[in-house]
Design a protein around this ligand. Structure first.
Ligand SMILES: Cc1cc2nc3c(=O)[nH]c(=O)nc-3n(C[C@H](O)[C@H](O)[C@H](O)COP(=O)(O)O)c2cc1C
Length: 191
């Protein structure tokens, strides 16, 4: 795949095959994630890579996050599309049977000066693109964040903030590309 193809064909995948993912493959995409730019080169991220029983615990937390938080938000936005709410609920309940979940944590730049959301997002983007380019599939998720404290109990992380989780595995679906919105670019001084 060319770089352009990687960018255009990556999709959020919400159904995975049960096949295990080799640790070496995950190491490779995590190395690529770490090539992201970061504020003051802080590289202030941490990825906790989980499989097995603790993934089941995260599935339980995700399911509760949907019932307690995500559902009512979706009902506001997708009032006319109950099928979207239903499909999302199913995904949060099962995490698409993903065999691996990566919890993405954020530290702070210089002595707590700036919460470094953007650098960690850049690394997460690298991660999902690298996953796609190496034949894996992923879904970046923040809907579980209202229950971050519970995820932290599973991972044992105490010093950093949970910024996202990423479900990873081999895709078991053909994800359709959602339309890209127009009118998001403005040109100045090009006449
Ligand atoms: C910051 C962020 C948070 C997201 N959170 C969720 C989530 O909680 N649950 C989910 O199913 N998808 C989540 N997504 C995936 C988006 O829904 C998805 O990227 C968007 O619909 C576009 O689809 P595509 O990734 O296939 O292009 C998230 C994506 C981003 C970048």
């Amino acid at each position: 795949m060319t770089f352009e193809e990687v960018l255009e064909t990556r999709r959020s995948v919400r159904r995975f095959k049960p096949d295990p993912v080799p640790a070496e493959k995950l190491e490779h995409i995590l190395d690529l994630a770490a090539w992201a730019p970061s504020a003051m080169n802080s590289q202030n991220w941490k990825f906790i890579v989980i499989k097995g029983e603790k993934v089941e615990q995260i599935r339980g937390i995700s399911s509760r996050a949907f019932k307690e938080h995500v559902k009512k938000e979706l009902e506001k936005v997708f009032e006319k599309y109950p099928q979207v709410i239903e499909a999302t609920g199913k995904y949060f309940k099962t995490l698409g049977n993903a065999p691996v979940v990566i919890c993405v944590y954020r530290g702070e730049t210089v002595e707590g000066l700036i919460p470094d959301v953007e650098s960690v997002a850049a690394a997460t983007q690298n991660l999902v693109l690298a996953a796609h380019s190496t034949g894996l599939a992923a879904c970046w998720m923040t809907g579980i964040l209202p229950l971050a404290d519970e995820i932290n109990k599973v991972t044992g992380e105490t010093g950093m903030a949970l910024q996202a989780i990423v479900t990873i595995g081999y895709s078991a679906m053909e994800a359709q590309p959602p339309k890209r919105k127009k009118g998001r670019i403005e040109w100045i001084g090009w006449d």
